[in-house]
Ligand binder design. Structure first.
Ligand SMILES: NC(=O)C1=CN([C@@H]2O[C@H](COP(=O)(O)OP(=O)(O)OC[C@H]3O[C@@H](n4cnc5c(N)ncnc54)[C@H](O)[C@@H]3O)[C@@H](O)[C@H]2O)C=CC1
Ligand SMILES: O=C(CO)COP(=O)(O)O
Length: 417
């Protein structure tokens, strides 16, 4: 049974999930479809009393489940953002501007102090202030206590370690929204697999969602219009999160194709390194446009092979983010490529970069992972995926950018697709 009486507020003993009231029917559907079973497991109906102390009225759209909702305004809904880098800061701003209580979990005490005292992240995007509803802490337990949505915004390579540590503190059934883009080098896993192994495993199947699309953190902080996509197996959960994020500067689309979104988010960074390299070498716009288009084709074929949809790959998380990262001067991946194209080595570039360029690690993972999943050799896979597989040897100094370009241009003619 789902107890829900118009705008009546049902209160519990403050230990339950809270839903804010943007779209009553959406919340109703989401809860009925996806969450009843999990909520029922965790909370007893006895915990709930009505605001006026009387017994709650019960309607029965679903038998066997008793879920009482506490309808709230955003200011009573807590969201935890893990990661105090550029994107965690930007996500805090997006949710904070909507009035949510945002708790940023960061390890650096200077960032905690900067945000709590000056409303600024002193290390990343420090020129921008954060809304008053954003606070920061390094304490995992208090950051996650009573949270209703966890947003993960850390570099892929440190994600497993952090998620394993925080997982026991994430309340049951709370969705986890990942914003990280890349493949884990040690396991060759995408973020959706890594999250399945850490926060949404057989012990606790928390809903997983993935945010991607063309979205430079700095432009979000500048409050410039941005459009992204949220992917989740359950469209209702994706819509719920999209509603929470949406504002006049942040447009959010939804999809169930989380594989397409994840593959595109990871691989576009390798293409951006290649595009930046071509630019650094002064190869001209014909070369860059050709490279990016063929890169998109490689990315789409990988996604389709894994079960993703070509529609997703032509959308915001696919070509949308690829264009931004390949042509946008703010891209860290494109900048790494540009500097390589100008003759610097990777170690020189990394020494002077504060922020993560995920494509560097992902390119390395892809040269090991892609031939293996295709059940072929590197040399054979190179014929089908020359861009995705040529970036790592250049990053490692085994091939010069010029040799890489020469290799691409000397491949025999083939059908376009
Ligand atoms: N910056 C952007 O414009 C966008 C970034 N993303 C994605 O978001 C993810 C995070 O990127 P950014 O925030 O830009 O990175 P960043 O380089 O700005 O910040 C990384 C943060 O991770 C923290 N960190 C590193 N190792 C850690 C560890 N072991 N434990 C705890 N914290 C640790 C750092 O202290 C720093 O706060 C990446 O996967 C990136 O691709 C997605 C969309 C846009
Ligand atoms: O993914 C991004 C924007 O959508 C950010 O790209 P970079 O990591 O290359 O800056």
């Amino acid at each position: 049974m789902l107890t829900f009486a118009g705008s009546t507020v049902f209160l519990d003993n403050n230990k339950t999930r809270t839903f804010f009231k943007t779209d009553l029917s959406l919340i109703l559907n989401t809860v009925v479809c996806n969450r009843c079973r999990l909520l029922q497991k965790q909370f007893s109906a006895r915990n709930w009393i009505r605001e006026d102390g009387k017994q709650a009225r019960e309607v029965t759209p679903q038998p066997n489940f008793v879920v009482f909702l506490k309808l709230e305004t955003p200011s009573n809904v807590k969201i935890t953002v893990i990661g105090g880098g550029s994107f965690g800061t930007a996500m805090s701003k997006v949710f904070g501007m909507k009035g949510y209580q945002v708790c940023l979990l960061v390890r650096d005490p200077n960032i905690v102090a900067g945000i709590n005292q000056d409303r600024r992240n002193p290390k990343y995007l420090r020129e921008f202030t954060l809304p008053d509803s954003v606070c920061a802490t390094s304490d995992v337990e208090s950051a996650l206590e009573d949270t209703q949505l966890v947003v993960h915004a850390l570099p892929v390579q440190v994600s497993r370690e952090v998620l394993e540590k925080v997982s026991p503190f994430i309340p049951t059934a709370v969705p986890v929204l990942s914003t990280s883009k890349g493949l884990e080098v040690t396991s060759h896993k995408f973020m959706f697999e890594l999250l399945q192994e850490t926060v949404s495993n057989s012990g606790n199947k928390r809903p997983l969602a993935f945010l991607s699309g063309p979205s430079f953190a700095k432009e979000i902080m500048q409050e410039l219009p941005t459009a992204v996509v949220v992917a989740c197996e359950s469209l209702e959960t994706a819509s719920l999160i999209a509603n929470m994020l949406s504002s006049s500067i942040f447009k959010v689309f939804t999809t169930t194709d989380f594989i397409g979104v994840e593959v595109a988010g990871a691989l576009k960074n390798i293409i951006a390194i290649a595009a930046g390299m071509a630019e650094g070498m002064g190869l001209g716009m014909n070369a860059i446009a050709g490279l990016v288009t063929r890169g998109c084709s490689e990315m789409r074929r990988v996604a389709e092979f894994l079960g993703g949809s070509s529609v997703t790959l032509s959308g915001l998380s696919g070509v949308g983010d690829t264009f931004l990262t390949c042509f946008g001067p703010l891209s860290r991946n494109r900048t790494v490529g540009y500097r390589l194209g100008k003759g610097e080595t990777l170690s020189e570039i990394l020494k002077t970069s504060q922020e993560v360029a995920e494509g560097v690690a992902t390119a390395k993972a892809v040269v090991e992972w892609l031939p293996a999943v295709l059940n072929t050799t590197y040399t054979r896979a190179l014929v089908r995926f020359p861009i995705l597989l040529s970036v790592a040897p250049i990053l490692e100094g085994r091939l010069t950018p010029e040799e890489g370009m020469q290799q691409l241009m000397s491949m025999p003619p083939t059908v376009e697709d």
